[in-house]
Structure formats: C-alpha cells, structure tokens
Design a protein around this ligand. Structure first.
Ligand code: NAD
Ligand code: LMR
Length: 325
C-alpha cells in the first residue's frame, strides 16, 4: 500500500467542491491505489456547511480516504500538501465578465500563495480554478516566492473538453474518439481553440471540418460556453468544471502518455508569450510529472492573431493587479 498523499481543496463547501471531492476521493484523479488525506479550506462562515460535506464524504466510506481535515486556517489546509486545488472564490453572475472578479477574488490568492509557499511540500502541484484563473494563478505564483514556476498551473481543460465535445458532435463520433485538441491563452472569451493536431479515431480532423465553422460557430461556442451555462442554469458550471479539474490534475500526476492537452502555466517565452504570464499552451506530461510545452508548431496568421489577442488580454489583466504581485 502506498503512503497517503495530502490533497488540499479550497472552497470545499461550494458547488465545484461538492462534485470535485467525490471524484478525487473515488480514485479517479491520483489512481485507484493511491490513498489520500483531504485537507479542506473554507472561510469561517462556511465551516458549518463544510461540516455537512465532510459528513457526507465520511458516509461514502471511500477506501482511499485515510483522513479528512476541515479548517479555515490556510496554513493547516496547505500543510505538507502534495496537490492543491484552488477553487475557493466568487463565481460571476450573468451580467459580468470573469475579469470583473479581480476585486473580490484577487486578494484571496495573495494570502493563499504565501501560505502554500510556507506550508506545502516543495514538490507541490497547484491547479487554479477560481476566476479569473490565469491571473489568480499569476498572483499565487508571485506570492509563493520559494516555489518554482513548475508548481503552478491554471485550468483551461474545461475549454478543451468543451471543444472536444463540439468536434465530436460535428463529426458524429463519441468524445473519447477525439484527441489532441488544445487551447491557447486565457480562460476568457478571447481563448483560441486549435485543431491543428486534433484527431478523431486516429485521423486528423482539420481537413474534415468546414473552416468557416471552425473559425466561427465553433470558436464562439467554446469561448462563451461559461456564460451560456450561467444563463441557462442560473449558476456557473460546477460538475463539468470539477471533472475538468480532475482531468488536469490526473494528467499532471499520471502523465499524458503522449497525448496533447491544455494547461495554463507560467510562460518561459514559448510562441512569443512574455515570460511569467500564465498562458494556456499545448503540453504533454511525462511519467515523472514534468509538463512539456509542444514546441515547433506551425503558426498561421489566424492562430498568431489568436495568440497575440490573448497576450494582450492577459497583459491587461496583469496591469490591474500589479499591487498583488
Ligand atoms: P461557489 O460560490 O459555489 O463556491 C465557492 C466556495 O469558495 C464557497 O463555499 C466560499 O465560501 C468559498 N470561499 C470563498 N472565499 C474563500 C477563501 N478565501 N478561502 C477558501 N474558500 C473560500 O462557487 P463555485 O461554483 O464552486 O466556483 C468557484 C470558482 O471557480 C469561481 O471563481 C468560478 O468562477 C470558478 N470556475 C472556474 C472554472 C474554470 O474553468 N477555470 C470553471 C467553473 C468555475
Ligand atoms: C466556466 O467557464 O464555466 C467558468 O469559468 C464559469 C464562468 O464564469 O464562465
């Protein structure tokens, strides 16, 4: 039996938390043979609700869950953490853009970044889900001064999964047949899905899809899906976001076995993206958990414009939060 790993989840009593915790506890994320200790962080007024979530987790009797800690103390929640899901933060409502959440959410990632730096393991892997997630990740990264860039990521996997679903629907194949779809840039309406590597049942999809659809309805649907769900549901995506967070962390933990996926990570200058911006790239993850950006792709004028539009959007977001870095 492996030794348990410590998995921190912030905002654990919220909507995403309610789905994420069951996915993680069942073994879907870290493996069916990997015991875990759940370290759940909430704000003080939500501790009673968290207590209810913990009671339900206990009642699910997951064999892999060796302990569950619920707390409003960030240092305790991130103590010796091996993996961290930064979810806790406000969701937008239908009349907002994600970047309108800076004022409410940005400061959360200052304190939590510091605390992760002080308390988590030096090998910790952090996924940022709370919006605007690329820039919140930038804030957390900047405040965890002792940790490397490679510890931090933000989630564009939900956008990737949405793109896969659209392509699968168009081609009349199950989503599992579609691989190597990825997203450039920011988890915002500017995001740029790219199908140049994508295959369905092993065959390239590029020549099989109408370019007007790819550049028009497809991109628009993927980029604005979050808002469409808020309008339809009355609250933001939760189960699909939790599933995507698990996909992202599972691939980071277990490797992608050659598949290409999307992760937003601090740039090292790849594809002209300024160093340090947390930007979604096509990546592979090796068996040791190293994230490797797919380099050398041919970038046509359309994708170049998409990459540049997202650089501008993220530079603009950054200019609003320099006091938090
Ligand atoms: P929610 O309101 O249901 O839950 C958020 C939880 O976070 C609440 O329980 C709240 O008490 C807690 N919280 C607030 N501040 C906290 C803090 N400082 N420390 C710890 N916990 C804190 O919201 P939700 O639906 O779970 O969404 C959470 C976030 O995820 C939102 O910002 C949302 O926009 C974002 N989101 C991102 C994606 C993505 O693809 N990146 C997808 C869906 C949602
Ligand atoms: C999503 O994409 O569903 C989330 O980021 C929620 C939102 O505000 O759109």
């Amino acid at each position: 039996m492996k030794a348990p790993i410590r998995v921190s989840v912030t905002g654990a009593a919220g909507n995403i938390g309610y789905s994420l915790l069951w996915n993680v506890a069942s073994g879907n994320c870290f493996g069916a043979d990997q015991p875990i200790i759940l370290q759940l962080l909430e704000i003080t007024p939500a501790l009673e609700k968290l207590k209810g979530t913990i009671m339900e987790l206990q009642d699910s009797a997951f064999p892999l869950v060796h302990d569950i800690i619920g707390t409003d103390d960030a240092d305790k929640a991130f103590g010796d953490a091996d993996a961290v899901f930064l979810v806790g933060s406000r969701p937008r409502t239908k009349d907002m853009n994600r970047s309108d959440l800076f004022v409410a959410n940005g400061p959360i990632f200052v304190g939590q970044g510091k605390s992760i730096g002080a308390s988590a393991r030096s090998t910790v892997r952090v996924i940022t889900v709370g919006n605007p997630c690329n820039t919140n990740c930038l804030i957390a990264r900047a405040n965890a001064k002792n940790l490397p860039n490679s510890a931090f990521s933000a989630m564009t996997r939900l956008d990737q999964n949405r793109a896969v679903a659209q392509v699968a629907g168009k081609l009349g194949v199950p989503p599992g047949a579609v691989q190597d779809v990825f997203i450039w840039g920011n988890h915002s309406d500017t995001m740029c899905p790219d199908l140049q590597l994508a295959t369905a049942n092993g065959e390239r999809v590029a020549g099989r899809l109408d370019q007007d659809w790819v550049r028009g309805e497809f991109r628009q649907t993927v980029a604005t899906r979050g808002k469409a769900i808020i309008v339809a549901r009355g609250s933001s995506s939760a189960a699909s976001a939790a599933a995507a967070a698990v996909d992202h962390m599972r691939d980071w933990w277990q490797g992608t076995n050659g598949r290409v996926v999307s992760m937003a990570i601090p740039s090292e200058g790849w594809y002209g993206v300024p160093e340090g911006l947390v930007y979604s790239f096509p990546v592979r993850v090796d068996a040791a958990g190293r994230i490797q950006v797919v380099e050398g792709l041919e970038i046509d004028d359309y994708i170049r414009a998409g990459i540049d539009e997202n650089i501008a959007a993220l530079e603009d977001e950054k200019s609003n939060i320099t006091n938090l870095l």
